[in-house]
Write a protein that binds this ligand. Sequence first.
Ligand SMILES: C[S@@+](CC[C@H](N)C(=O)[O-])C[C@H]1O[C@@H](n2cnc3c(N)ncnc32)[C@H](O)[C@@H]1O
Length: 310
Amino acid sequence: MMGLQSRSPKTVVSCYDLLDLAVTGGIEDYTEGIYEGDINRAYKGAQRAQGNYLLDEVRCCKGSYILDIGCGNGTLLELVRERGAAGIGITISQAQVNRCKSKGLEVYLMNYKDIPAKWDNQFDGIIANGSIEHFVQPQDVIAGRQDEIYRRLFEVCCSILNPSSESSRFATTTIHFNRKSDPQDVLKSPFSFPRDSDQFHYSLLNKAFGGYYPVVGQLERCAEDIFELEKEVDGTIDYQLTSEHWLKQFRKAVFINPAFTARLIGKIIKRPYHTSAMIACLSGPQSWAWQFRTDNAPTKLLRQTWRCSD
Ligand SMILES: C[S@@+](CC[C@H](N)C(=O)[O-])C[C@H]1O[C@@H](n2cnc3c(N)ncnc32)[C@H](O)[C@@H]1O
């Protein structure tokens, strides 16, 4: 897949190169689990519940053919396989492709923008579990391209769904802004803002992960006449619980997992600026977990199920 990475934002590619470390720290998933109010539910059980929820939403069963856009380390594709269905994944991370292949999964290093025309009408279900947050960058928002990017995503997804399958669905999980950030501010240094202000955290998050969120209702507006929103569930508390688990796991790994610490030091030497921003997001100011905390959380996680418009 020559040249594809050149179309993917450098920060996002580098972010998942860094987050490959999480696997050494015992974390394979990069999105929230589902706790159903049970704060004592085991992390892995919650992750499995999320995977199964999404597969139920796209009616995945024996014989289905599923595409996972932004498949991470392939945990959802493993569940697809457990159901006797077939699935393929795309990701912009070579480390993820390698890990998925080592699990016997069919995964390509591919930006969703490069989904080939030969995939038209092929899939019974599509899932984008936590990838849409990376598809728009603050520079796109400043240039007025945000809506156009989401609309194009919906067009591509509608064209690759099997039109003769009544049950074809697109399921997404996406962090949305409750309190929107100014894209110009996001591009500034976090230290231009008071610590713990929204601007400080959003800037730090962008330096670590790359990307920009939609506001509530924006995806539905951009999908108009292409997809109808069939179902929407608020999973913000689930993301809060998941993020607090990641935080604990990160600290534990730093102190008691020498392989993790050695790899972390290697990353700091290779990419000091990006790795420091990532560490700050996960620990220190904890900008990652900040997004989902309190009743007045600055963001909202929405699980949405879409059906092609007639
Ligand atoms: C937050 S992670 C979620 C991974 C996985 N779905 C999970 O739940 O663990 C986002 C994923 O989106 C992928 N991604 C980001 N931008 C992408 C793009 N433009 N095209 C395809 N995949 C992309 C990343 O490589 C990563 O696998």
